[in-house]
Structure formats: C-alpha cells, structure tokens
Design a protein around this ligand. Sequence first.
Ligand code: CS2
Ligand code: MG
Length: 402
Amino acid sequence: MKITKASVSITSPGRNFVTLKIETDEGIYGLGDGTLNGRELAVAAYLTEHVAPCLIGRDPFQTEDIWQYLYRGAYWRRGPVSMSAIAAVDVALWDIKGKALNTPVYNLLGGRSRDGVLVYAHANGADIDKALDDVARHIDLGYLAVRAQSGIPGLASTYGVPKGGQPYEPAEKGLPKESLWSTEKYLRHVPKLFAKLRDQCGEEVHLLHDCHHRLTPIEAARLGKDLEPYRLFWLEDPTPAELQENFRLIRQHTTTPLAVGEVFNSIWDAQDLIRSQWIDYIRMSIVHAGGLTHMKKVADFAALYNVRTGCHGATDLSPVTMAAALHFGLAVHNFGIQEHMPHTTETDAVFPHHYSFKGGYMHPGDAPGLGVDLDEALAAKYPYQRAYLPINRKLDGTLFDW
Ligand code: CS2
Ligand code: MG
C-alpha cells in the first residue's frame, strides 16, 4: 500500500477544526486532527507546505519510521505546531492501518483493557448555586465524574464559565478579548464551592477542578490543602509547568491529586514531573503530543512511576481526537480518566462517528480504524473564521496567565 495524497481541510461548525486526510493506492484513507486552538492556520500550513510532499509514495503501515522521519527530519524539534502536525499524520496512519486490517485501532494498541472509558464532564455556573445545579444536571445525565468551575465574586468573568448560558467555547472571533483576574478572590472562593458540592453530591461522585495555570506553587499548595477535606479526583494545572520542579513544592504540602499536561507536546515536557512522582495524572492529548505513537510511549513511561493518563478532551479537539483518545483509553493499562466535552450537533454532523456515551463511560465503537469520518461537502459549508483565546490581566493591568 502506498500514500497517494495528503490534504488538509479547515472547517468551522461553531469553531475551527483542522483535519488531515491521507489517501492510498488501495482506496483506503485515514483522518488526523491538527487543530491548535487560536493557531489553526499554522498547523495547516505546516502540513500542506512542509509535510504532505514528503508522505507521497510511503508505506502507511510504517507509523514508527514516518513519526521519526517527521520528528528528527525537521531538525527543529518539538513545539505545539510541529507536534500537532505530526499527530495529524500519525493518527491518520493508525486509522488506515486499522481499516486495512479490518480492526478497531484499540486492537492495535494492546486490545481492550476495560469495558469502557471513564469520562468526566464540565459543569459550571456564574455563582456557586448555579454551579451546584449544573453538577447535579450532569450527574442526572449519568456522569460519575464532574469538573466544577464557578464565577468568582467581584470578577466579571473567569475561565470555564460561559457568558449568557451558552456552551463554553473560549476562542472568540476577532482579536483576543481581555479579562481581569484576582488570585486572592479566587483562593477565598473555591473551597466554599467544593464544601457545598461535596455536601450536595455525597462521597461517591468524582469532583475535579481546573486552576488553569493561575497560581504560584505556594498558592497552589494552599488551595490543595484547603480542598483536602473534599477529596478531589484531581486539581488541574495548578501552576504553569515550564518549570517542572514547581510541582515539588506543591507536593510537599498537599495530598490533593495533581493533573497537568494539556499544553505539553512531548515527553520531555513531563519527564521530571513523572519520574519524581510530582503529579498523579498526565493530561497530554493525542492531537497536541505527536499522536498515538508518542502518547503510547508517554503512557508506558508514566506507568513506571504510578502516573495515570487523564487526556485533554475539550471541544477544541475534534471528534477525530475524541475517537483516537477513546481507543487509547480503552487499551492502555495505566488509564486514569478521559475528559468529555460533547461537541455541538453541527460538529457531530461534520464528523460522523461510532463512539458513544453510557452510564458515565464512553466506548470508541468497533468499526475498523478510528470509527470517525469527515463529511467534506458539509465541512465546506463552514469556512474558517479567525478566532483567538482570551488574554488575562491582573486587576492592576499586569498581563497574566489565561
Ligand atoms: C481546559 C480547556 O479542558 C480543559 O481542561 O483547560 O478548555 C482549555 O482551556 C482549552 O482547550 C484551550 O483551547
Ligand atoms: Mg485544563
């Protein structure tokens, strides 16, 4: 089998998605996701201008060699744009391999290790009471794990809480919107949210929270300690992780489990965090961390140090990545949990798929390959629209982490 064509489509059914389609001389094609929220055109150009010409004529079964060719052959290694492009190629090749062998991709990753993939939902509210209601709504939908975010008294907006009750989509058309932030207000508020949540939900429900990179290590340590009575499943992105040893300090002060990694794009971003057991869950995603080939290696390395997977799964990762993540989550032994933000009905129509949700778990389905497709005619009806993630500033105007 030989690759005959590699083409990129950008569609925007409510938000932008970058999809790579790799076609072969045997009529089998594969899909890969190259979506990088706010920088979509960079990945599309990397694929179209620099990667696609190198793929023509290659054997699509050579996932390892093609991965190494694209990683080492570029000379300039790592980074979100190049690793998202490599991921798009890698996942499309695994899709082709599964279709050619007439088996779902999870069978190529070790086979089923569990009956279903535990997922967590996103609940939020402009205040504590609305957040409590939204958590209850998601539990009624069958989720066994729910992430809770709420508005912060005194702040006009905050991460994770949509405006006007719309579904949460952080990227907005036009130039970046700016928001204001106060760590002090946030640190006073979050323990109150989880005290009420644990009181409402009881002990069984897994509760999660995302700090979204906004605390210093000692502030994160304080929040972790304050939340210990409420036994969170995890506290996510407590502090920016470029300096991996930030997490040593947090670890010294609290037993609240820690999760990080959705902005990572290679194992080198996390090797100290994992090897030192400074974290409990690695959040790297298949679309931003080089695809299934690299993520399998990350999971196997993490398994040596009791670190489990907790892959990123926001709506700015396309259904192609959702499908790949579910095959991955069904197979890897040290699976922890999978994020599940349901896409819009328009997006699901553009990307028809076999994966499904039931009773708090998801399953990728048993179709050969990934079990997801791209309706190219429908995709063409949603042209790309430039959109940016927000910018965050402290109350005094200092530029801060969003
Ligand atoms: C968030 C994301 O899902 C999460 O945990 O951190 O919503 C993140 O803000 C977006 O993926 C950024 O594009
Ligand atoms: Mg997050």
